[in-house]
Design a binder for this molecule. Structure first.
Ligand SMILES: O=P(O)(O)OC[C@H]1O[C@](O)(CO)[C@@H](O)[C@@H]1O
Length: 425
């Protein structure tokens, strides 16, 4: 369960929005309202069958047997969920012989691809190419290179090392997969990219990395059940959405999500896409930004404390850490740290959290806290579902459709025109 704290008058915020929130709640669970054709994620964790999870786990096992490296090709929602969970659960420093999940197709850097292909040369490789539409340019370009690499290296065997996750019925990637006979996984029609982490999009790479998708889904399911009811005081997903909305209306237009745990940095990136693509439309929306503390206290900290007053902060903190260190006493206190002797680094970060929130609040940066027990697969599953649900409430409070992304097409059209793609004058 997530414990939410807020520095302002939460009761008033909830009272003022009670009717609107109740309507959103009814629309969501009756699957009505704008964008309701993309609500498949809402009860997805509890609908997931054991046989589907087994299928993913078995494929992941095959991949781990046939390869040392899985290259996951995708962009936006087709890579951020997997990247977020894998980074959150992986050790900071891997052993040379650990199975690796690497990513491609999330930009178009020649240096990145060239160095990736060179890196793969002395390793056994499998590829999972992920695109819901099956037509996104960046991953399609990366796959063209990776496919050629795999075919040159493995010949006919390449087909058994390439896994495709895409729409069931349409898209260029589907046609390629059918033609080559690649193993296929489906992105459900009613689940958009940024809400897809609990589908094969996220689960196959996460299971291949060696993490328990059963625990991840158990956490998501727990959140699905816990945050279903319209009990305003007890529902942190609704409360978080309501507080953000109130702050936005007061002129706080940027949310800075903060964490003291560097393993959470890609959860922050995932969160930015989720909220940015869901809310940023029709001239509206909170800009989602992120900081990693205490690192960024020494860079962006000055601005947050003292710059333009349009920011609010939301922290993700954990009660427990699985690895910690205690600062030792030294006879010679030359570095003047003996006052910290006997204290753990987790204790330091707890005090840092308290100190930073007090200082920033005094600098007129409203503070939201989201506290969880610990960082593991179960709690990450819970947290990601929490954010997806909160995002739906938040988008509807702004009167936008939280499930489309019409604005993303504009840059694509411009690029296609410049590159002379057929059909683009
Ligand atoms: O899975 P696809 O269709 O390749 O899309 C990737 C990403 O691109 C976007 O459509 C934006 O262009 C995101 O919404 C999506 O997550």
């Amino acid at each position: 369960m997530i414990q939410l704290t807020y520095s302002g008058d939460e009761q008033q915020i909830l009272n003022e929005r009670k009717d609107a929130l109740q309507q959103i709640h009814a629309n969501l669970y009756d699957k009505k309202g704008e964008g309701s054709e993309f609500l498949g994620w809402l009860d997805w964790p509890s609908q997931l069958s054991e046989s589907f999870l087994n299928q993913i786990n078995e494929t992941a096992e095959t991949i781990r047997k046939q390869a040392d490296v899985l290259v996951v090709i995708g962009i936006g929602g087709s890579y951020l969920g997997a990247k977020a969970v894998i980074e959150a659960l992986s050790p900071h420093f891997s052993n040379n012989n650990d199975f690796e999940v690497l990513f491609a197709g999330h930009q178009v850097s020649g240096a990145y691809l060239k160095e990736l292909l060179a890196y793969l040369n002395d390793k056994e490789v499998a590829v999972n190419v992920i695109s819901k539409s099956g037509t996104t340019t960046e991953p399609a370009i990366a796959f063209r290179f990776l496919q050629q690499y795999m075919e040159e290296r493995y010949g006919d065997e390449a087909a058994s090392r390439i896994y495709v996750t895409t729409d069931e019925k349409k898209g260029a990637l589907l046609e390629v997969a059918k033609e080559k006979g690649y193993d296929r996984f489906v992105v459900p029609d009613d689940i958009g990219g940024r809400y897809s982490v609990f589908t094969a999009v996220g689960l196959l790479p996460i299971a291949s990395a060696g993490f328990s998708i059963d625990e991840l889904i158990a956490g998501a399911k727990e959140a699905e059940q816990a945050y279903k009811s319209f009990d305003l005081e007890q529902n942190p997903a609704i409360r978080y959405a309501a507080i953000r909305h109130a702050l936005y209306q007061e002129g706080y237009k940027t949310e800075v999500q903060a964490t003291f745990e560097p393993k959470m940095n890609y959860v922050q990136e995932w969160w930015k896409q989720l909220f940015g693509e869901s809310e940023g439309k029709q001239g509206k929306g909170i800009f989602p930004a992120s900081v990693s503390y205490t690192t960024d206290l020494h860079s962006l900290g000055q601005y947050i404390q003292d710059g333009e007053r349009t920011l609010f902060e939301s922290f993700i903190v954990f009660d427990e850490v699985d690895k910690d260190m205690t600062i030792v006493e030294k006879d010679n206190d030359a570095d003047q740290l003996n006052y910290l002797a006997g204290r753990s680094l987790q204790e330091f970060n707890e005090k840092a959290y308290q100190g930073v929130t007090e200082a920033h609040l005094a600098g007129d940066v409203p503070q939201i806290g989201l506290r969880m027990k610990k960082l593991d697969a179960h709690h990450i599953g819970h947290l990601l579902y929490f954010y997806m649900l909160a995002c739906a409430y938040s988008g509807y409070l702004l009167n936008v459709n939280p499930f489309d992304q019409p604005g993303v097409e504009d840059y694509k059209t411009k690029i296609f025109e410049l590159l002379g793609k057929p059909g683009y004058a």
